[in-house]
Design a binder for this molecule. Structure first.
Ligand SMILES: Cc1cc2nc3c(=O)[nH]c(=O)nc-3n(C[C@H](O)[C@H](O)[C@H](O)COP(=O)(O)OP(=O)(O)OC[C@H]3O[C@@H](n4cnc5c(N)ncnc54)[C@H](O)[C@@H]3O)c2cc1C
Length: 645
């Protein structure tokens, strides 16, 4: 094909996509009932008439078009006609889309902090910003990552002492992504954004057997194999996405990750954040050593009994100071401090187990939930069923689409991922996820528009969820599948949209999953007459046992059930509260970062059987200094609470 005819062809395709985008906008404003059909046509245009650069061009063009305030006001005006006030669209982009709140060291203002969902906030008496790292312009190539940041340790020690001398409590903040009030405090807060100086292969004081890689046995796809893993040292405030960038520099990667990488590494550790894969533990399972500053400004380096630090080499000295970092190598202590929920002190650094960069091949299939359920309940070996792939997860539509003309079974999407080198299924695998979802999730205002779409016609949600599951279906037999480096595959690829979703999550033992799902489906069904819906499928993610006392995986291999909806969809929050209440009654384990009801001591004691042990260590390391109202209610319920009438 000649250059000019290629250009003409490209132009034609671009016009086609432009036409479908324009029609979608028109439908959105003037004829919202027809949105599903128009979305399908846009999907077809993006998939069959568009290149990657075309799509990016359109995303940038739409973002530029909708950036001027008057354009957004115009769209709002059209959409909000005849819309109740609480469901009106507000297309401000300014604050919400700065996903990382940046706090400046030199600021003289009084500070206000809120978590990402903005359901908990603090106006702390003092706001400390220790560390000399860079944020948000973190540079993975910076040479200063090669040194240990002792200055930060001393700075944090000073802040803890200041708090204790004034009789105040103090608490570290990560990225503020927990939906629970676990980061909130009215006394002193520590912003950890700049605690990100150290990011290097861990070699200093490390036992020779661990210094240059060590062998571990893994079992994925029901096959045991040996892998060489490495140790990497990172500062406590490093954001996971920055950590990944530095790891890539060394040709390494995390063993697994959750659906988002904007959390701080300690925020994720402190709440036992996890991904999916029955042979893969949560973040605390990847941590081999933890350095923190506890009550009295004492610094500790805590590890398992057979820890990675060589006690003979280790001197614990902090250069330029008479303070030391005490080495503790003891399983019980380590398992207590790992998931500290901010109460064990301020984590200044940690050593993680990582592995060489790997590729993953992903398949996503839409199936009938009843068939998957039958496979799970009749499987002679449930573990082997779940471990048939390195990663296995299921997204279930909470609703049956009763308006569907043909198929009225409950749909789910089964996702599996395997090392790309371990499968020969991927000759046609694409290096891109579903075009429509990556397209929509790149557009700034789409997150703000989606609740409006759901609120406009809530009874269409069951069908919309089915459509979205079908849209992201992608597997080898159909001639595709998705293959890339683990980083691209494990990131859920929701772009801007994920900041408008919110979720709660509960752990259930493997043999109770089907009953828990039935309970969720019943509860969702009961809310339909009131038009209260979850606007997204819920997920089953499988996680390996983790010995950390407060990990949701402490009692064994666990299925984490994540219930998701979209911010601003009327009735979703209420429904999530009902679901949480029913699941806690059922005996499910709540996620420290993803829950909407108050927590009680009884509930924590039941869900985390080693809580009594954890409390003992919390007194030693954190004491009252590192508690906040949420944790005080769990540890020692306030006596001034108003008794029930
Ligand atoms: C879009 C999104 C996707 C998510 N995906 C997943 C997922 O896939 N899997 C999953 O399990 N969870 C997931 N979560 C939940 C999330 O991972 C947890 O809530 C996590 O705690 C957030 O980390 P953070 O850095 O924002 O911590 P924050 O919310 O800021 O803090 C959490 C806790 O960590 C403590 N803390 C933070 N830094 C330190 C420190 N340096 N020293 C001591 N304590 C500290 C805080 O005091 C607090 O108690 C998701 C949340 C969102 C919003």
């Amino acid at each position: 094909m000649s250059g000019s005819s290629t250009r003409a062809e490209k132009k034609k395709k671009s016009v086609h996509v432009g036409w479908e985008v324009a029609k979608l906008l028109f439908t959105l404003i003037f004829n919202s009932e027809k949105i599903p059909g128009q979305v399908d046509r846009l999907d077809d245009a993006l998939t069959n008439h568009c290149t990657r650069s075309n799509r990016t061009w359109w995303i940038n063009r739409i973002n530029a078009l909708t950036r001027p305030r008057f354009v957004r006001r115009l769209i709002e005006k059209k959409l909000n006609k005849n819309t109740p006030l609480h469901e009106c669209v507000n297309l401000t982009l300014d604050v919400e889309l700065s996903h990382d709140k940046v706090f400046y060291k030199e600021s003289t203002f009084r500070q206000k902090w809120a978590n990402w969902y903005e359901n908990h906030c603090s106006e702390p008496l003092k706001f400390f910003i220790p560390g000399s790292g860079t944020f948000p312009e973190f540079d993975p190539k910076c040479d200063s990552h090669l040194v240990y940041d002792y200055d930060a340790v001393l700075e944090v020690i000073g802040e803890v002492l200041q708090a204790e001398e004034s009789g105040r409590q103090i608490r570290a903040l990560g990225s503020g992504h927990a939906l629970t009030p676990i980061a909130q405090s009215d006394d002193y807060l520590v912003c950890t954004q700049y605690l990100n100086v150290t990011n290097r292969p861990a070699k200093e004081f490390i036992k020779a057997a661990y210094r240059d890689g060590f062998e571990v046995e893994v079992n994925f796809g029901n096959q045991t194999a040996k892998e060489t893993h490495y140790l990497f040292e990172t500062s406590g405030g490093t954001k996971i996405r920055h950590l990944i960038e530095v790891l890539e520099k060394y040709g390494w990667y995390l063993m697994n990750q959750g659906g988002s990488s904007i959390q701080s590494i300690t925020g994720a550790l402190s709440t036992s954040t996890h991904g999916s894969g029955i042979g893969l533990g949560p973040i605390p399972s990847m941590v081999r050593s933890l350095t923190l500053v506890g009550t009295g400004g004492k610094a500790y380096r805590v590890e398992a009994s057979e820890g990675v630090t060589d006690p003979v080499l280790y001197d614990g000295k902090i250069p330029g100071s008479d303070r030391t970092i005490e080495l503790i190598q003891d399983d019980e202590t380590f398992h207590a401090v790992l998931v500290g929920v901010g109460c064990m002190g301020i984590v200044v650094s940690m050593i993680l187990e990582v592995q060489p960069i790997y590729g993953l091949f992903e398949e996503r299939r839409v199936r009938n939930w009843d068939d998957v359920k039958a496979e799970m309940t009749t499987s002679p070996d449930l573990y082997a069923y779940l471990n048939a792939h390195r990663h296995f997860e299921v997204l279930i539509n909470p609703y049956i689409d009763r308006k569907a003309t043909t198929d009225t079974t409950r749909k789910c999407l089964v996702t599996t991922r395997d090392y790309s080198h371990s499968t020969d299924k991927h000759p046609n695998a694409r290096k891109e996820r579903n075009y429509l979802s990556s397209f929509i999730s790149g557009i700034n205002i789409s997150g703000k528009l989606s609740p409006w779409v759901f609120n406009r016609n809530p009874d269409a949600i069951p069908g919309m969820i089915n459509n979205s599951l079908h849209r992201i279906e992608d597997y080898a037999e159909r001639g595709s599948g998705f293959e890339d480096t683990a980083r691209k595959v494990l990131d859920q690829g929701l772009g801007e949209l994920k900041f408008y979703g919110f979720a709660t999550e509960y752990g259930v033992p493997l043999d109770r999953v089907v009953d828990a799902v039935d309970l969720i489906l019943r509860t969702c069904e009961e809310a339909i007459p009131y038009r209260h819906y979850l606007a997204a499928p819920f997920s089953l993610r499988y996680v390996k046992h983790c010995p950390a006392h407060l990990s949701m995986m402490n009692t064994g291999d666990i299925c984490m059930i994540e219930l998701v909806s979209v911010r601003g969809v009327t009735g979703s929050y209420t429904l999530l509260r009902k679901l949480e209440s029913a699941l806690i009654e059922f005996g499910a384990i709540p996620h420290w970062g993803l829950s909407v009801l108050p927590w009680t001591p009884e509930m924590v004691e039941k869900a985390f059987p080693k809580f009594h042990l954890w409390k003992k260590y919390q007194q030693k390391f954190g004491g009252r200094t590192f508690l906040n109202p949420f944790m005080e209610d769990i540890l020692a319920p306030r006596t001034d609470a108003i008794p029930p009438s």
